[in-house]
Write a protein that binds this ligand. Sequence first.
Ligand SMILES: [Fe+2]
Length: 258
Amino acid sequence: MDEVERKAELGESPKLWPGPGQGLVVPGYRRDHEAVDPPHDWPDYRGTILRHPKRPLVPIPNTLSDVTGPALGEDRVGEADFDLTAGFAGEPQGQRLVVHGRVLDGNGRPVRDTLVEVWQANAAGRYWHKVDTHPAPLDPNFTGVGRCMTDSEGRYRFVTVRPGAYPWGNHYNAWRPAHIHFSLFGRAFAQRLVTQMYFPDDPMFPYDPIFNAVRDHQDRKRLICEFDFDATTPEWALGYRFDIVLRGREQTPFEEAH
Ligand SMILES: [Fe+2]
């Protein structure tokens, strides 16, 4: 990995204006995850049949504007945005959780100042979204979205409730295992990674084609958070830890952003 890639992965500003005669250096956004990430075409996941690309992808080199803007603007993230249970008239239904972890590069170094966004169903397995009309109750005290920035050690933390499983019509009696969607931004909107976090020992794992689209057992394990007694708060919440690794042997599987 060269210096520009290293800095891009770390979220540091790359050296875009090198010395005389060296030309403009635009950092790439290399994807070397193909063996780990789910394939575009996964027949068991019916939605991929029509929407996957039919031809090999053509890498488009990053341009200067891809990696320099639009800027994220950290000040747009509110201090309370990490708490999905706050900001409503009352408490949401469900088991309260602390979900936390670190964002790390392929060498185990923290990735700081990264926007982490999450979205999830409520405790009954219902999304606050117009296309989710299955007969489970909406919760007036829970919309299921949150965000925060990683700190200098790459740490993030959310307060939420445990999401329920929900039916999704992909096949007979199809239910998604409980999960929380994660999105990570680098230093520009062109640098985005999306994944899902699952909970230990979910009985729906063998039946879920999205989870199993990550083909290797060890890779799938990196999508499952672990119970964290130290993050569990007496009389208040259970704690779970989910570290996200951008590349390397311990890389978290990522899906295509959509
Ligand atoms: Fe989902």
